[in-house]
Write a protein that binds this ligand. Structure first.
Ligand code: KG4
Ligand code: ZN
Length: 364
């Protein structure tokens, strides 16, 4: 049996500065010894989105103290760590450089191996840390930067089945909120408004509905909201609530139809899988209406929905440390200190890039 390993992880790919220490026990069980996150939400709120230069500067200012805290809360010193891991991409170049340089410096100073981790792999493997999930399973990643369905069959073995051809889902929430005059980030604001609205008042389009490909598209929906809002302006409070409720219902219907096709494909192609699982990750997974609908979609296809705790669904460094721990256990060689930042880095190198596929160069 391999020995237990303790990994220091660093995450700086977008607007969360994070450090964590994770232990992988000899039996494969994961344990989070510390997990600290500084969210830059307030730094960017006035601009209605993430400003790359502000993000990079905040990472520089915060990261050293966060690494110290993560080690301190774990009750460990750098010499007790078996490897250092940092996100190398995809994400904003400035932040990636800060995290990578810091991780490499710590690895060099302590003589420990260094792992340059794909942020998406962190999301993809989190359910093994939290729920000890066995391969294979499907991942639905719905965040501000990505909307993907990924088949996860092993460490380093990922197949992207579907992705957005334009906006990411979180981005669609954020843009809809903005055009209705709601605050950033838009997802929570839209969900709150929707709770008091009539979801059947406006019939909105469901892009790609019925198409056999497994991709997503959300920009048409946002345009439809804009046109509808214009046609009934000036908007009263009830109108905004009804627009939000109709938008959210359409998203839930769309996910049901689009994701349902991926579940059906999994059942066709991997018929022997017992109790198949859909893991949901990303900030949009916080949305209760969407989660409830995904639960129904899963049940209809004989799947269970696995939703890790929200602070591990959104960006964090525990998932980066865990991905490195999994790589070590799978005997993947460490990376060199020359490993470059990769602002664009598909999880599944074989999938062709789609037009758009989410917010440019930003986080997952
Ligand atoms: O995963 P995340 O924290 O950051 C990344 O993009 O990586 O996701 C943030 C996104 C934002 O677009 C935000 O509006 C959306 O998740 N979001 C939500 C909710 N909470 C956050 N979308 C819908 N409903 C929510 N309750
Ligand atoms: Zn992410």
């Amino acid at each position: 049996m391999e020995p237990a390993t303790q990994i220091l992880g660093i995450e700086t790919s977008c607007d969360e500065t994070a450090a964590a220490v994770v232990r992988r026990h000899a039996d494969g069980r994961g344990e989070i010894l510390s997990n600290v996150v500084y969210s830059q939400l307030q730094d960017h709120a006035a601009y209605g989105g993430v400003v790359p230069e502000i993000a990079a500067r905040a990472h520089v200012e915060m990261l050293d103290a966060l690494v110290d805290r993560a080690l301190g809360e774990a009750g460990l010193q750098l010499r007790d760590i078996d490897a250092v891991a940092a996100t190398a991409g995809p994400g904003l170049i400035g932040g990636l450089i800060v995290g990578l340089m810091t991780g490499k410096a710590l690895a060099a100073a302590s003589g420990k191996p260094f792992y340059a981790i794909n942020h998406l792999e962190g999301h993809a493997l989190t359910a093994r840390l939290t729920d000890g999930l066995a391969f294979p399973y499907l991942l639905l990643l719905v965040s501000g930067g990505h909307t993907q369905v990924v088949l996860v069959t092993g460490v380093g073995d990922y197949r992207r089945w579907g992705t957005t051809i334009d906006d990411a889902l979180g981005e669609a929430f954020d843009k809809t909120a903005k055009l209705l005059g709601l605050p950033y980030p838009g997802g929570p604001a839209v969900e709150k408004q929707a709770a008091g609205g009539d979801e059947n008042r406006f019939a909105l389009p469901q892009p790609l509905k019925g198409e056999s490909r497994l991709d997503f598209s959300f920009s048409g929906l946002k345009t439809a909201i804009r046109q509808t809002a214009r046609s009934i302006a000036p908007l009263g409070d009830d109108d905004i609530a009804d627009l939000c409720a109709s938008f959210q219902k359409t998203i839930a219907d769309t996910l049901d139809e689009r994701v349902g096709r991926s579940l059906a494909r999994f059942n066709r192609e991997i018929p022997g899988a017992r109790d198949p699982k859909l893991v949901v990750a990303g900030g949009v997974a916080a949305n209760r209406t969407i989660r409830a609908r995904l639960d129904e979609t899963c049940a209809a296809h004989g799947f269970s929905l696995v939703a890790p705790p929200l602070h591990l669904c959104t960006d964090n460094a525990a998932m980066i440390a865990w991905a490195a721990a999994e790589r070590m256990a799978a005997n993947c060689p460490p990376d060199t200190l020359q490993a470059p930042p990769r602002p664009r880095w598909p999880l599944d190198e074989e999938s062709a890039a789609r037009v758009g596929h989410g917010r440019r160069g930003t986080k997952a």
